[in-house]
Design a protein. Structure first.
Lengths: 264, 94
């Protein structure tokens, strides 16, 4: 029996889809049978991030409304034997699926796969309710910005109200230089405010844009910092104890000067 | 950035750094978010409290404080209401 993990955030643009793609790919690389489910109906993007946009025939609404069988709608990723995508519909809206249908779909996916990663749409309306309906556990993605952290807090409350307790946090797009200057909240600040367990930190990394350009998740790129962060997160999802990534920046000229005058 | 701020930064002091401002603002906004109560509602609550309490005692409305305070994921309503004068309790004399 597999597990359904929903990736959510409240605020848009913090990296839900990127995180979903990388977790799914990472778990598949580790040998698990994985399905990625895009529930952002009307604004699908997981297909593009995965580089599978040209192979869509059926979508999630076709499955839930009985237009096709689940097997027909699943797109097999050619790079990995055991990785599949269930794309969102692009021409329907979020009310085309009900939470009850999502629960049924999740139950069906659990029979077939080790992990189903659900990419949740932004917001707290119908799309969010659908996405979390069949989930066993939740991952909340935030960035170190006030608006994202505030929305994450709201989402944590809603998840707990929906009895998806103990969601885990991913802090995305940390900029170590800004943290060091004191101009960006760090891991400890955010954990202090949200009071939930940390699943991982991902540094801001240009290679994410490059990997999205190519349709190859960064977790496959062994030179990318963000890729390394996602590989660690993947291992934690599988239950391993893995140290956090070292995000320290090398000592600059000002640090050396301060040390010299004995200020630090 | 003011000169003082600039000097503080050069000295590596974090007190003026923007992350502390963000953290403090977030802390406050989340107290209200979590209690799902708006500042307007808190004000109305304060007015209602004054109305009820005034039936029993004279209170110092200006220095009265009603706030939501936060502890981990718990929120408490904390009121500090200075009493200036008690009203006579006629009913007790019957």
């Amino acid at each position: 029996m597999g597990e359904v993990i929903v990736v959510t955030s409240g605020k848009g643009g913090v990296g839900k889809t990127t995180t979903s793609a990388n977790l799914g790919t990472g778990l598949a690389v580790a040998g698990h049978k994985v399905v990625l489910v895009d529930t952002d109906i009307g604004l699908r993007n997981l297909d593009v991030v995965m580089g599978l946009e040209n192979r869509i025939v059926y979508d999630i609404v076709d499955v839930t409304s009985g237009n096709c069988r689940l097997r027909q709608a699943l797109i097999k990723d050619k790079r990995f034997e055991n990785l599949f995508l269930l794309p969102a519909a692009q021409t329907k809206d979020k009310n085309a699926v009900t939470p009850e249908q999502m629960r049924e779909l999740a139950a069906e996916l659990k029979q077939e796969f080790d992990y189903a990663i659900i990419d949740c749409p932004a917001g707290i309306e119908q799309g969010f309710k659908n996405a979390i309906a069949g989930a066993d556990r939740a991952v909340v993605v935030t960035t170190p910005e006030m608006s994202a952290v505030r929305d994450a807090d709201r989402i944590i409350g809603l998840l707990e109200a929906a009895e998806l307790s103990n969601p885990k946090l991913i802090i995305n797009r940390i900029r170590p230089q800004m943290v060091k200057r004191g101009d960006m909240m760090d891991m400890a600040d955010i954990l202090d405010i949200l009071a939930i367990e940390l699943l991982g930190v991902v540094p801001e990394d240009e290679s994410i844009i490059i990997s999205t350009n190519k349709g190859e998740p960064a977790v496959m790129d062994h030179n990318a910092k963000a890729g390394e962060a996602y590989r660690r997160i993947t291992r934690r999802i599988r239950g391993e104890q893995v140290a956090l990534m070292n995000l320290d920046v090398p000592e600059g000229l000002m640090d050396k000067l301060r040390k010299l005058v004995g200020l630090r | 950035m003011s000169l003082l701020e600039f000097v503080n930064r050069m000295l590596g002091k974090e007190s003026t750094s923007s992350k502390n401002i963000a953290k403090e603002r977030l802390r406050l906004v989340l107290v209200h978010d979590r209690a799902s109560i708006s500042p307007q509602m808190l004000n109305k609550l304060k007015e209602d409290l004054i109305k009820v309490i005034s039936n029993y005692m004279d209170i110092d409305e200006d220095s009265m404080e009603v706030n939501l305070s936060q502890d981990d994921r718990e929120v408490a309503l904390v009121a500090n209401i200075p009493v200036m004068k008690m009203k006579r309790d006629y009913s007790a004399k019957g």
